[in-house]
Design a protein around this ligand. Structure first.
Ligand SMILES: Cc1cc2nc3c(=O)[nH]c(=O)nc-3n(C[C@H](O)[C@H](O)[C@H](O)COP(=O)(O)OP(=O)(O)OC[C@H]3O[C@@H](n4cnc5c(N)ncnc54)[C@H](O)[C@@H]3O)c2cc1C
Length: 424
């Protein structure tokens, strides 16, 4: 594989300045790489990917060459060894240039983040840990050596993806492995991933399904019984190609298990910030909408006549509103991703919900203000704002932390301590 030459790219200013936000050297290096690859390779492709609602295959090839497919694979296993925050900051930079690439990259990276740095923080028996390490190495090698891409289909159209009931997709124990049946909706990367990291329940004779038994299994796209169905023509995030995945009597061997049974449930309970990983894409979109607006009003958008619009007080006010909202969003999000870790306090979890809500809702609000402030020509499809606007609308809908669910939990948990009830 040829290394990617990005030396000629003049990167944009960072979303989070390394000195001001005291980033680690690793974070500064990864975010610089993301800005270079985003500006040099992804930005010009984004419009075509959106127009044709096609998967950004060429961006994935570039990310493989740049070592970004293995961003969260531990260094000892040949990856970049990024932890949660380093990944989040890097993904936000990618989101500025192609939302669909950043969002699908999240699905892929979770297969390494959950099995790597997160699992290392969780409890596992010695034998389970040894088997887990050996199995995850197989997945890591596929990603690093072959550029394998992992999807992360957990949505089923019901309450399972919201974390309320067990997954209906199920795995039954058979000789040498598992037999999987079920249906996943909105399976981003469908038809393009090499493996689907499926969350499913375990079927056990005479026992009711329990969320505690949730399994996380890598199903090869080429396995018998795997089918992708339905069309894909959505409002935004069109390059994610999130079609429906059917699993019909799919056999997978034992080593397809990405985490031992029970570890996903433990992660969801003890490492709740894991559900914030959809937010960086939208943090990047918010920054992109603001950057475009400033360049447009200054008459500096490449390819457009140098018409200045910055002298009108109402436009200055619009930019001020956008900048305020952007800085408020960045500050809260940075704090929340900085305090992510195992067993956070109640306040930290509430802050994570509020940061998620703020990023998802403000990204759309900032894009909407950008179009109003720039004016009529800015909503033409020849310019990126209208795509950013459509893409930004999708953030609040993503389970398990939709904007509504975040609001529900913040309100309830602010008023009730664990176990408290109201007597009538
Ligand atoms: C662009 C895009 C890409 C996506 N990619 C993926 C992907 O790769 N993998 C994946 O798994 N999913 C993906 N999703 C799906 C996403 O995470 C949600 O599951 C999906 O948007 C839910 O759609 P729905 O119509 O079933 O929603 P809803 O009807 O809103 O939610 C489904 C169910 O969740 C429960 N629920 C919803 N709101 C609440 C609430 N406030 N309180 C309690 N329960 C509630 C209810 O039981 C409801 O029936 C993607 C979505 C989009 C838009």
């Amino acid at each position: 594989m040829e290394a990617l030459d990005l030396s000629g790219v003049e990167p944009d200013a960072p979303l989070f300045d390394p000195a001001a936000f005291r980033l680690t050297d690793q974070e500064a290096e990864l975010t610089d790489l993301a800005r270079r690859i985003g500006k040099g390779r992804f930005a010009d492709r984004a419009a075509g990917i959106d127009r044709d609602a096609r998967f950004p295959t060429e961006n994935y090839r570039d990310m493989h060459a740049a070592g970004l497919l293995g961003i969260c694979v531990p260094e000892a296993e040949g990856g970049r060894g990024a932890g949660f925050r380093a990944y989040m900051l890097t993904a936000a930079e990618i989101g500025r240039y192609c939302g669909a690439t950043a969002l699908t990259w999240n699905m892929h990276v979770c297969s390494c983040l959950w099995t790597g740095p997160l699992s290392d923080d969780l409890e596992m028996g010695t034998e389970d840990r040894a088997v887990h390490r050996q199995r995850r190495s197989v997945h890591y090698r596929r990603i690093l050596d072959d550029g394998a891409i992992y999807a992360q289909p957990f949505s089923e159209g019901g309450a399972a993806a919201a974390g309320v009931v067990p997954f209906a997709t199920n795995a039954a124990r058979v000789d040498g492995g598992w037999r999987i049946n079920g249906k996943k909706i909105f399976a981003s990367l469908s038809g393009h991933a090499d493996f689907y990291g499926v969350l499913c329940g375990e079927v056990r004779e005479g026992e009711r399904p329990s969320r505690r038994d949730t399994m996380y299994i890598a199903v090869p796209a080429t396995a018998d019984g795997v089918r992708v169905v339905g069309d894909w023509d959505p409002l935004g995030m069109r390059g994610t190609v999130s079609r429906t995945l059917l699993l019909e009597d799919v056999f997978v061997p034992d080593d397809a298990q990405l985490m031992p049974r029970g570890v996903y449930y433990q992660a969801a309970s003890r490492w709740p910030h894991m559900f914030m990983t959809l937010s960086p894409t939208y943090m990047g979109i918010a920054q992109a909408a603001y950057d475009f607006t400033v360049a447009y009003l200054r008459g500096e958008v490449p390819g457009l006549p140098p018409v200045k619009r910055r002298m009108y007080p109402t436009k200055q006010l619009g930019v001020a509103q956008m900048r305020l909202m952007l800085e408020q969003t960045k500050a809260l999000w940075f704090q929340a991703i900085t305090e992510a870790g195992p067993d956070p306090s109640k306040e930290q979890v509430l802050r994570a919900y509020m940061a998620q809500y703020t990023v998802m809702e403000n990204a759309n609000e900032i894009c909407q203000l950008a179009i109003r402030t720039c004016g009529g020509q800015s909503m033409l499809k020849s310019l990126p704002l209208e795509r950013l606007y459509r893409d930004s609308r999708c953030g609040s809908l993503m389970l398990p932390w939709t904007a509504e669910i975040c609001l529900d939990r913040v309100g309830r948990e602010a008023l009730y301590e664990p176990g408290e009830k109201d007597d009538d």
